[in-house]
Design a protein around this ligand. Structure first.
Ligand SMILES: *[C@@H]1O[C@H](CO)[C@@H](O)[C@H](O)[C@H]1NC(C)=O
Ligand SMILES: *[C@@H]1O[C@H](CO)[C@@H](O)[C@H](O)[C@H]1NC(C)=O
Length: 200
């Protein structure tokens, strides 16, 4: 099941800069040495987001709008909350990977662009329970959009990287879209993180 999430380790073996060649920290480096040992890896993640905007069981809801929103060509000021299912394949009934939860704000007066604050929450596979946080501008008119990965928890502590997203399909009648996400996330993983006080 974990394999179908398409987790691919593509890079490993970036030594942490704060650790000297023989692995012994100098006094200035002790803190970072204790926080994080081992190697940085880049994990590629590929999944689909079920963006159910309409129908009987939507997973996206408006929470607020501004005085300008109704007359704005870009729905400027609209704030929505979402809790979308994340799957391994475009089919909504394919293997469940997790959820994407967060806030999206229409934040551009001129073109359709969202200010995104998303937490990708794994509910299966080897990263079950871990999260990845995405924060950035999503220019909806572009076929492919790039968003920054700014952090994470669990297996994704110290995460940074980027996500490429595009609209895989959209059905206007049911107001239901499937979004494709590919993430490149640099992180250390659980086993390399220790209690900062353990060696002091
Ligand atoms: C997914 O499964 C549900 C419940 O079994 C079914 O009603 C629905 O038609 C399925 N959707 C697709 C796209 O296969
Ligand atoms: C994910 O972790 C939760 C909490 O530990 C557990 O209840 C659940 O069964 C796990 N899910 C899978 C698919 O392993």
């Amino acid at each position: 099941m974990a394999k179908s999430i398409s987790l691919i380790l593509i890079v490993s073996s970036f030594l942490i800069a704060a650790i000297s060649i023989d692995g012994r920290p100098t006094s200035d480096e002790a803190w970072s040495h204790n926080i994080c040992q081992g190697t940085e890896t880049v994990t590629k993640l590929h999944f689909y987001v079920q963006d159910v905007l309409g129908g009987q069981n939507p997973t996206v809801y408006e929470v607020a709008r501004a005085s300008i929103t109704a007359n704005s060509p870009t729905t400027f000021g609209q704030v929505r909350v979402l809790d979308d299912l994340v799957t391994a394949e475009p089919d909504i009934n394919s293997t469940v990977v997790g959820r994407i939860q967060g806030l999206i704000t229409s934040g551009d007066l001129e073109t359709s662009a969202l200010a995104m604050n998303l937490n990708f929450y794994f509910t299966s596979g080897e990263y079950n329970g871990s999260t990845i946080s995405i924060l950035g501008r999503n220019p909806l008119m572009n076929k492919e959009r790039e968003l920054p990965v700014v952090g994470g928890t669990g297996g994704f502590r110290f995460a940074r990287g980027y996500a490429i997203t595009s609209t895989y399909s959209y059905d206007a009648e049911s107001n239901y879209g499937v979004l494709e996400y590919t993430l490149y996330v640099s992180h250390y993983g659980d086993s390399s993180v220790r209690d900062p006080k353990a060696n002091i």
